[in-house]
Design a binder for this molecule. Structure first.
Ligand SMILES: Cc1cc2nc3c(=O)[nH]c(=O)nc-3n(C[C@H](O)[C@H](O)[C@H](O)COP(=O)(O)OP(=O)(O)OC[C@H]3O[C@@H](n4cnc5c(N)ncnc54)[C@H](O)[C@@H]3O)c2cc1C
Length: 343
């Protein structure tokens, strides 16, 4: 029997720890249960037409600002299996409800390369393609071969290959044309048996040097990423948060040169003709790092993260984010965009 509840608190199901309720909540544990859910009176009764649906993983990239008037389907489909293998690669299919870090640990311990730089990103495998999770120079889209899912409006199964997913920086087709339309049930990844480390971002190289490692293993990279992230990021079980609240903006050459004149110590990464500016730097230099109003705050060790110190509401955190956004715009002329999904 499928687990179902009515008027359920979502507090345990979002890492900001926001206390809102959903009208209906289903726990989806096997892909076959989708038809059972859709046959439920919530979807077939008189008010079914008014019923909006939200697919939820671990709620680590969501800010709830209100009770959710509709149905939440929490994806808890587990299981990892090998689909195919060649001399160089191994193809894995992971259930959308598998915890991303458990998949990373599986690959690292089996000597499979590709997602070790994505160690310790919270959330589920099924959410990884949604914003094309990324860290330390690697994105999920680099290794995703295809996704399997269910189109909630058309009520049919679908399979999308890597190109069709339209991956970009914290972006995919699931944030655009297919927003809230597809329930991803599994993801197929291509892992490599040949390891080419990617140590160029975020202090990995420096840490390798400190540890005197010249020829790192997959495990070395994963351990270092784990250590760096633990030192820098708040653990949601201690302080509510959803990681980076904003995306890093990019600007063209002309705009960048003006910024550099006005702010000679500005941090940036060159990407061809474009310049990516760390949003955390902008927010910090607009004076927000460590700011707190009641229980809503800007984290004191990394300004890109907004936090809930206890009883903040989603509206309070959203209001703080809007103040930060306009203050960054007033100071730097850059409009930063939200990364977190506001519901
Ligand atoms: C401390 C911390 C650090 C973080 N660091 C990073 C980082 O380095 N890089 C990064 O990219 N992100 C980072 N994040 C954000 C977050 O971990 C990722 O976005 C993650 O993929 C969200 O997974 P989730 O299961 O919690 O998704 P949720 O928050 O539950 O959902 C996110 C979105 O995906 C949709 N969704 C979820 N599952 C499915 C599914 N099966 N089918 C269809 N739609 C679905 C939801 O409807 C929602 O729109 C961080 C978050 C935290 C709290």
């Amino acid at each position: 029997m499928i687990e179902y509840g009515k008027n359920i608190s979502l507090r345990p199901f979002n890492t900001f720890g926001i206390d809102v309720k959903a009208d209906h909540l289903f726990h989806l544990r096997r892909r076959e249960e989708i038809s059972e859910i859709l046959a439920h009176r919530v979807f077939t009764g008189a008010s079914a037409g008014m019923n909006s649906v939200l697919v939820l993983g671990q709620g680590s990239n969501i800010l709830f600002t209100n009770d959710f008037r509709g149905t939440v389907i929490r994806n808890e489909i587990t299981g990892v299996r090998v689909l195919d293998e060649s001399e160089e690669s191994l193809f894995l299919e992971a259930g959308a409800g598998v915890i991303w870090q458990e998949l990373v640990e599986y690959t690292v311990s089996h000597g499979l390369a590709g997602i070790e730089n994505l160690t310790l990103i919270p959330g589920t495998v099924g959410a990884a393609p949604i914003q094309n999770i990324g860290a330390y120079g690697v994105e999920a889209g680099d290794v995703i071969v295809r996704i399997n899912g269910f189109h909630l409006e058309k009520r049919e199964w679908l399979m999308l290959g890597n190109k069709e997913c339209g991956f970009g920086y914290r972006d995919s087709i699931f944030k655009r044309e297919l927003r809230n339309k597809v329930l991803i049930t599994s993801v197929v990844l291509r892992l490599s048996k040949v390891f080419r480390p990617k140590p160029d971002y975020g202090g990995i190289k420096e840490e390798l040097a400190k540890r005197d490692i010249t020829n790192p293993s997959i495990r070395d990279i994963s351990d270092i990423v784990l250590q760096i992230r633990r030192a820098k990021l708040p653990d949601p079980s201690d302080i509510g948060n959803a990681g980076s609240f904003f995306k890093n903006p990019t600007v063209g050459k002309g705009e960048f040169e003006n910024l550099l004149k006005a702010f000679p110590d500005i941090r940036y990464y060159r990407q061809g003709e474009l310049y990516k500016i760390p949003a955390g730097w902008l927010i910090e230099h607009a004076g927000w790092k460590g700011y707190r109003l009641d229980d809503a705050g800007c984290y004191d060790r990394q300004a890109l993260i907004l936090v809930n110190y206890g009883r903040a509401t989603g509206e309070e955190i959203l209001a703080l984010s809007e103040k930060i956004k306009s203050s960054v715009f007033n100071k730097f002329g850059i409009m930063i965009e939200r990364e977190v999904n506001v519901i």
